[in-house]
Design a protein around this ligand. Structure first.
Ligand SMILES: Nc1ncnc2c1ncn2[C@@H]1O[C@H](COP(=O)(O)OP(=O)(O)O)[C@@H](O)[C@H]1O
Ligand SMILES: [Mg+2]
Length: 315
């Protein structure tokens, strides 16, 4: 998986690597396994994502950019992990490496114990990005069924699964509509239904609610929590919003830029993610977790230079 990249030319990273922050999922949550995926229930379940010393260097005409450096991250099966950090700190790059849309320059990255490519071929994960990316000439139901169609699932099974997914995201009545007839929030729900079509054990989401108004966004967060509980999928969720990260996650991974790396990991000690409700947003413990993430974020960006306080773990 490693692609050696010559480290010549100017880089934005210090030559030596300071202390790394290691991120490991709670051992207990691996027991929840990948029942939804079905194919990987052998013991012990492999982590949904396992990154060891992952780096990514982009070489452009202007020089090289170290988008990611020495990232260690383990996301347990069934765990919800958010990535948060300022623009350009490598969140999307990390997600793209996991999704096999790009390859790391260094380090090792596995998805359910397999290379990202093999995991992609096994349809281990679904993807949802900020833009719903629906095909405008297809109905809502046909958009949801698209991945199944591409993988040769028969018409009847596709229709049944699309109906089931649309019920899950509350869009049964809109199955025959076209994307332009839906609001932004509804389109995003279609995209999430599509991402769940093949019962992935892992969902990769890059600011999926970034374009939505605040009210819709909060409702979508509550729905996502429920959907994840029902599907048992692990989630890696990129966001700019601290409350969003806290509300959704078992752990919030805070990243800092230049070079992009993990500066802190904040475990969210709230109710289990599957029993989080709107009331939680008014809860003292919720505010405390928001404050912990905010402080970690500020410490991370203050310390973007050499000798900074890296590896902070605000337990
Ligand atoms: N394909 C690319 N070519 C060159 N540089 C890139 C490419 N993709 C991302 N980068 C650079 O890598 C860094 C991290 O980008 P990105 O992962 O998109 O950050 P984030 O999602 O956290 O905002 C940025 O400096 C960005 O300009
Ligand atoms: Mg991004």
């Amino acid at each position: 998986m490693s692609v050696p990249v010559p480290m010549t030319g100017p880089t934005t990273s210090p030559a030596t690597s300071p202390a790394t922050s290691s991120v490991t999922g709670p051992a207990t949550s691996t027991a929840t396994s990948t029942a939804a995926g079905g194919a990987h229930v052998s013991t012990p379940p492999a982590a949904a994502v396992h990154a060891v010393g992952v780096g990514k260097v982009f070489t452009t005409r202007a020089g090289t950019v170290t988008a990611l450096q020495d990232v260690h991250l383990t996301v347990a099966a069934g765990e919800f992990v958010s990535l948060i950090g300022p623009s350009g700190c490598g969140k999307s790059t990390l997600l793209r490496l996991v999704a096999d849309l790009d390859t790391p320059s260094s380090g090792e990255l596995t998805v359910f114990g397999k290379s990202p490519r093999v995991a992609r071929e096994a349809q281990d994960y679904g993807i949802a990005f900020q833009q719903a990316g629906l095909l405008p000439w297809r109905t809502v139901a046909a958009n949801v069924a698209l991945p199944l169609e591409l993988h040769g699932v028969g018409r009847r099974e596709r229709a049944a699964r699309a109906a089931e997914l649309l019920a899950l995201v509350g869009l049964t009545d809109f199955a025959a509509h076209f994307p332009h007839q839906l609001s932004g929030g509804m389109q995003q729900r279609v995209a999430i239904a599509r991402a769940l079509a093949e019962r992935p054990s892992l969902l990769l989401m890059d600011e999926p609610f970034g374009a939505l108004d605040e009210m819709t966004r909060e409702r979508m967060q509550t729905e996502l929590v429920r959907l994840c509980a029902e599907s048992g999928a692990a989630v890696v969720f990129v966001t700019h919003s601290i409350p969003e990260a806290v509300f959704l996650s078992d752990r919030v991974v805070v990243m800092s830029p230049r070079p992009g790396r993990i500066s802190a990991v904040v475990p969210v000690a709230l109710a289990a993610t599957d029993s989080r409700t709107e009331d939680l947003r008014e809860d003292r413990a919720f505010f405390d977790a928001v404050t912990a993430v905010r402080e970690a974020l500020h410490a991370g960006s203050r310390g973007a230079g050499p000798g900074s306080a890296r590896g902070v773990d605000l337990r």
